[in-house]
Design a protein. Structure first.
Length: 223
């Protein structure tokens, strides 16, 4: 029985050795020929002046029945359209009508306002409030054509990755770059709308100096 157990144990150890050898080979194949790879993350931002702003709001009216509530709400919406026509475009997103808690009905229309007059956002909101708009959300600043700003942020992020790789002693060319994210973040500053585009990339360089020496040091027998 003992020789049989020894044979089974040897077979299992042999299988584990084969699996382990296979995993080592697979890992070795991921290394580029001629040296180890160096991977860094590059991040950069580009700021642009907003050329449009968007905000949401609603008009609400009550009536003894649903029809009366909706007619009053429609009249309020027309007044809002007339006022906002001088500033930009208005879009009705949705509407609703429902029984009120105290009797009668409430009708509501939910609106989206877009204007290129970024510097007049406060003036526009004050004018809308006078027309009977019952709710206004905060202003969201945007750049209508933001493709160029995103590309500029990505290009700067790659340069940042090159600088980091150089600081780490990389040699060799950039062999692969991946975009991880590129997003806008808007804010108001001194009454002006600003949009900051932040990009992050992962860059891989072909070589790292003294890679072979480092590998030899790792594999050298311990005294």
């Amino acid at each position: 029985m003992k020789p049989k157990k020894l044979f089974i144990a040897a077979a299992i150890l042999g299988m584990l050795a084969c699996i382990g050898a296979g995993s080592v080979c697979a890992a070795a194949q991921t290394q580029p020929i001629g040296g180890a790879c160096l991977s860094v993350t590059g991040t950069a931002s580009v700021e642009a002046a907003a050329d449009a702003c968007i905000f949401s709001g609603s008009v609400e009216a009550v009536g003894n029945d649903m029809r009366a509530a909706e007619e009053t709400c429609a009249a309020m919406l027309q007044s809002v359209k007339d006022i906002f026509a001088a500033y930009g475009s208005l879009r009705e997103e949705s509407s609703s009508a429902y029984p009120s808690c105290n009797g009668g009905y409430t009708a509501t229309k939910y609106l989206s306002f877009t204007t290129d007059m970024v510097d007049k956002a406060a003036e526009i909101r004050a004018a809308l409030a006078k027309t009977g708009v019952t709710c206004l959300d905060g202003v969201r600043y945007v750049c209508r054509e933001d493709g160029g700003h995103k590309l500029a942020a990505l290009a700067k992020a790659i340069e940042n990755a090159r600088e980091k790789a150089k600081a780490l002693g990389a040699e060799g060319e950039l062999v692969r770059v991946e975009e991880q994210c590129c997003y806008p973040c808007a804010r108001a500053e001194n009454g002006e709308g600003k949009v900051t585009y932040t990009a992050t990339v992962r860059a891989v360089f072909a070589k790292r100096p003294h890679a072979e020496a480092g590998q030899k040091a790792e594999t050298a027998p311990q005294g």
